[in-house]
Design a binder for this molecule. Structure first.
Ligand code: AMP
Ligand code: GLY
Length: 429
């Protein structure tokens, strides 16, 4: 089978790395890819914001199966375009991708299906929204309705911050994404991510993870796409997981099918584990980045087979096998990220590290002859396996230390909640 992965981040390198091990694979391409994907696949230049260009590329290379990574391509309807061309595609329809593309769509589905989530109101104009927050208790959460590159959410602890967030949204900071705003109650608890494959009808729960969205140690600094992650997340106990499936995932899949827009793809549920049980914070209609980088090294099953069953129907009865170890990934980013940053600085020592329990996934990199250059904000994902989160983290730490890249930075406390719990559990023994 000839497979094309669409995207250029660490998520796509991790997917391509895992797909490259599939017995059913005959050729693997990544469009546009990065300096890491070219080690496991052939990179193809392509403007992936153009559905027709991706379809033409797939035809030219006689692709049998397209795997779409990023959210923007889900929302722009790349899955529909590829399927219309008669090619199998792992990507929800644009209609089903609304679960990520519109906060108010997901909130309405939660209302309809009785899915636990924060209470909310939706507003299409600033004045009523401002009136609402003035009577709301703090903290309060303000969200641009549409896709805003992870920057459309403000957890406001003061009325001034809340007012500013509302005015900001309606003044066009997020373009069309901010034309309406969802204002919701603040949920207290620990966050966890849960990944489930859905073929429109049946589901296959994959795994749990926890990521770190702030740029700096101690969960300080600006929000980013994610500075590191680990999997599994033991806070997602088997009981909580079963509850999340029963109360959140299954009603979502049923509701989407009943609306005539069955969900086919990976459903990434961002959950808040509250005192009243798991509640849905948000859905993403794609794999997480950097969570995929910790899921793929743990997956023992054939990824190609699972993604194909998702795309074609037939997940019922399938299982996924996982390694027992924890996986942890540390993102190395260019200094300045998530604001502005330069491109083109040289990274030394990253290519020699790969081993059975250590993989360096690439995100924003490119090769210039023998040299590896930074070509983005998030640049490398140093990923390790270990019997505990602490051991996986130690492996990552010694590897990041051996990478020579003065222009980069990374966090030193990825997985801190679990490292602390492991330490406390050891003290209790
Ligand atoms: P979202 O893009 O909806 O996942 O929101 C980004 C982040 O904002 C989440 O990962 C949470 O940390 C935080 N957040 C969003 N909604 C809430 C909420 N209702 N209560 C508490 N924190 C929230
Ligand atoms: N790691 C967060 C995301 O993929 O949205």
């Amino acid at each position: 089978m000839r497979v094309l992965v669409v995207g250029s981040g660490g998520r796509e390198h991790a997917l391509a790395w895992k797909l490259s091990q599939s017995p059913g694979l005959s050729a693997l391409f990544v469009a546009p890819g990065n300096g890491g994907t070219q080690k496991v696949a052939t990179n193809l230049a392509c403007d992936i914001t153009d559905n027709d260009a991706v379809v033409a590329l797939a035809r030219e290379h006689e692709i049998d199966f397209v795997v779409v990574g990023p959210d923007a391509q889900v929302v722009q309807g790349l899955g529909d375009a590829v399927r219309t061309a008669g090619i199998d595609c792992f990507c929800p329809s644009a209609a089903a991708g609304q679960l990520e593309g519109s906060k108010s769509f997901t909130k309405a589905l939660c209302d309809e299906m009785g899915i636990p989530t924060a209470a909310y109101r939706k507003f299409d104009a600033a004045q009523p929204a401002l009136g609402y927050i003035r009577g709301h208790k703090l903290p309060v959460v303000i969200k641009a309705d549409g896709l805003a590159l992870g920057k459309g959410v403000t957890v406001a602890t003061t009325l001034a911050d809340a007012e500013h967030a509302v005015t900001d949204c309606f003044s066009g900071t997020f373009g069309a994404a901010g034309a309406s705003v969802v204002i919701e109650d603040f949920l207290e608890g620990e966050e966890a991510s849960f990944f489930v494959l859905c073929d429109g009808e049946d589901i296959l729960p994959l795994a749990t993870a926890q990521d770190h969205k702030r740029a700096f140690d101690g969960d300080m600094g600006p929000n980013t796409g994610g500075m590191g992650a680990y999997s599994p997340a033991p806070v997602m106990t088997p009981e909580i997981t079963a509850r999340a499936i029963r109360e959140i995932i299954e009603p979502t899949v049923r509701g989407m099918k009943a609306r005539g827009t069955p969900y086919q793809g990976v459903l990434y549920a961002g959950l808040m584990l509250t005192a009243d049980g798991p509640k849905l914070i948000e859905y993403n209609a794609r794999f997480g980045d950097p969570e995929t980088q910790v899921l793929m090294p743990r997956l023992k099953s054939d990824l190609l087979e699972l993604l194909l069953a998702t795309a074609r129907g037939g997940l019922g009865g399938k299982t996924a096998e996982w390694r027992d170890e924890f996986a942890l990934t540390v993102v190395m980013a260019t200094q300045g990220y998530p604001s502005s940053y330069p491109r083109g600085s040289e990274i030394r020592g990253a290519d020699v590290l790969d081993a059975d329990d250590l993989i360096v996934f690439h995100a924003g990199t490119r090769r210039d002859g023998d040299r590896l250059l930074a070509n983005g904000g998030r640049v490398l994902n140093v990923t390790a396996l270990g019997a505990t989160v602490a051991t996986a983290k130690q492996r990552c730490d010694s590897s990041t230390a051996s990478i020579d890249w003065p222009e980069g930075f990374h966090r030193h406390d990825i997985g801190w909640r679990e490292v602390l719990r492991e330490r406390n559990a050891a003290l209790d023994r």
